[in-house]
Design a protein. Structure first.
Length: 114
């Protein structure tokens, strides 16, 4: 099983990034998919989750109206569109797949700084 995140990087405040997570080795369409993040010295926190059929999503209050989660089951990929980025969004972002098992990606760094 592999979850491979991409799309992180350095962006100025107010900018945008789109993270992708490509899954392999799982029946992707059966899994709820989530994005978590972990900032230095802080616990890992849930950013957003999308149900297996994409009919339900949840967001952390801190990212509502700025981030959008989506998925393409045909491509085994989940996305996180991040707009109006703030310095406090700086963290390592992790992809998570959950059904009867839980799998994690290796993470991608997002740095928001001028």
């Amino acid at each position: 099983v592999q979850l491979v995140e991409s799309g992180g990087g350095l962006v100025q405040p107010g900018g945008s990034l789109r993270l992708s997570c490509a899954a392999s080795g799982i029946s992707f369409s059966r899994y709820n998919m989530s994005w978590y993040r972990q900032a230095p010295g802080k616990e890992r926190e849930l950013v957003s989750r999308i149900s297996s059929t994409a009919d339900a999503t949840i967001y952390a209050d801190s990212v509502k109206d700025r981030f959008t989660i989506s998925r393409e089951n045909a491509k085994n990929t989940v996305y996180l569109q991040m707009n109006s980025l703030k310095p406090e969004d700086t963290a390592v972002y992790f992809c998570n797949a959950q059904w009867f098992q839980i799998y994690w990606g290796q993470g991608t760094q997002v740095t928001v700084s001028s």
